[in-house]
Design a protein around this ligand. Structure first.
Ligand SMILES: *Cc1c(COP(=O)(O)O)cnc(C)c1O
Length: 381
């Protein structure tokens, strides 16, 4: 399977007909424990379902394959997956984090793990000299998210991984916005890939999940240990839903990218829009890097509506096909206001520095008919 193309792996990797019945699709193994033949003698590694569950095993192998990695480790949410990485650190350790991270990631660093003595420095990772300077003798991880959220900056994964490696630190890449279809950080030198599979991997806004993917077997052992010890594991039904979703990931991603490209071009030519952030536009400052690092540019667009908060508010109230809501990556189009919604936990002065102004609106472009989506935006503007 490892030498086949993405679409084939999406449908087949990690899955084979169920050995007891021949069921073509991996069943939902809704069980908490497994019967042992003799004390300590059980089938494969199945003794208790927090430690392992066959539906989860299939999903873990499938997602590892899609990222071009050896080991997949699934969690009940993206936050649980990120927490497992941070639990591998000790009090006194330090992390260098890109300045424009997901709000929940910022909260995890600033409110939860900081209480346990783990410190972090946020830095604009587009500035490699500043990034290098942010490392201290205590640094253990570089934490990258690209494209960033919500400013859609592109960070050079290869360059950051090289800096981190020289400092004997691991590089973690949150690849949620790209999905494994558009970008594979392990190939670019990253050590750990994180996904909130709630987003593009799940793709239908009906499941919460997270995954870590690594190549190094000692690192995989450590993370598997934490998965079991801390216990934020996904249920088998959620794993089944995600396996169903990965089978169409390539088809959905192509449609997301195509629709987003057309909408970004429409927005850029509209007078009511002050600025459009989309890595696929030639006007994007890191368009060249995005073209090199990603296979296409994804389904996320940020834009600044002329007229500040009142204009943004009325735009958000008027859309009909786009739904006003947090989250992203589903087949349906979503729209939101970062300063009030997803990024409210980030202090106002940090938001201003990042460019999260009151007129900023973020779109998660779905796979509906693109002309309907453009007409909806047009009438709402
Ligand atoms: C949603 C999200 C997360 C958190 O994942 P949950 O599944 O909501 O816990 C982490 N990183 C990014 C980039 C996200 O969009």
């Amino acid at each position: 399977m490892s030498n086949t193309k993405f679409a084939t792996r999406a449908i087949h990797a990690g899955q084979s007909p169920d050995p007891s019945t021949g069921a073509i699709m991996t069943p939902v193994y809704q069980t908490s424990t497994f019967v042992q033949e003799s004390p300590g003698k059980f089938k494969e590694n199945y003794d208790y379902a927090r430690s392992a569950n066959p539906t989860r095993t299939a999903l873990e192998a499938n997602l590892a394959s899609l990222e071009g990695g050896k080991f997949g480790i699934c969690f009940s949410s993206g936050c649980a997956a990120m927490s497992a990485v941070l639990h591998s650190l000790s009090s006194g350790d330090h992390v260098v984090v890109c300045d424009d991270v997901y709000g929940g990631t910022f909260r995890l660093f600033s409110r939860v793990f900081s209480q346990l003595g783990i410190t972090f420095t946020m830095v604009d990772m587009c500035d490699h000299a500043a990034t290098e300077k942010a490392f201290t003798a205590a640094t253990k991880l570089a934490w990258v998210e690209t494209p960033t959220n919500p400013m859609l900056k592109i960070i050079d994964i290869k360059a950051i991984a090289k800096i981190a490696k020289a400092k004997k630190c691991l590089t973690v890449v949150d690849n949620t916005f790209s999905s494994p279809y558009l970008q594979n950080p392990l190939e670019l030198g990253a050590d750990i890939v994180v996904h909130s599979s709630t987003k593009y991997i799940g793709g239908h806004s009906d499941v919460i999940g997270g995954v870590l993917i690594v190549n190094d077997s000692a690192l995989a052992d450590k993370l598997h240990y934490l998965q079991n010890a801390v216990g934020g594991v996904p249920g088998p039904w959620d794993c089944f839903l995600q396996l169903r979703s990965t089978k169409t990931l390539h088809v959905r991603m192509k449609a997301h990218c195509e629709n987003a490209r057309a909408i970004a071009q429409f927005l850029e030519s509209n007078k009511k829009v002050e600025k459009v952030y989309y890595p696929g536009l030639k006007s994007h400052p890191q368009h060249a890097l995005a073209s090199e690092q990603m296979r296409d540019f994804g389904g996320m667009i940020s834009m600044v509506v002329r007229g500040g908060l009142p204009a943004a508010r009325s735009f958000l109230e008027r859309v009909k096909i786009f739904s006003l809501g947090e989250s992203l990556g589903g087949v349906e189009s979503l729209i939101e206001h970062p300063a009030i919604m997803t990024h409210a936990t980030i202090p106002a002065e940090n938001r201003a520095k990042l460019g999260i102004v009151d007129g900023l609106v973020r779109l998660s472009v779905g796979i509906e008919d693109v002309n309907d989506l453009i007409a909806d935006i047009d009438q709402a503007l």
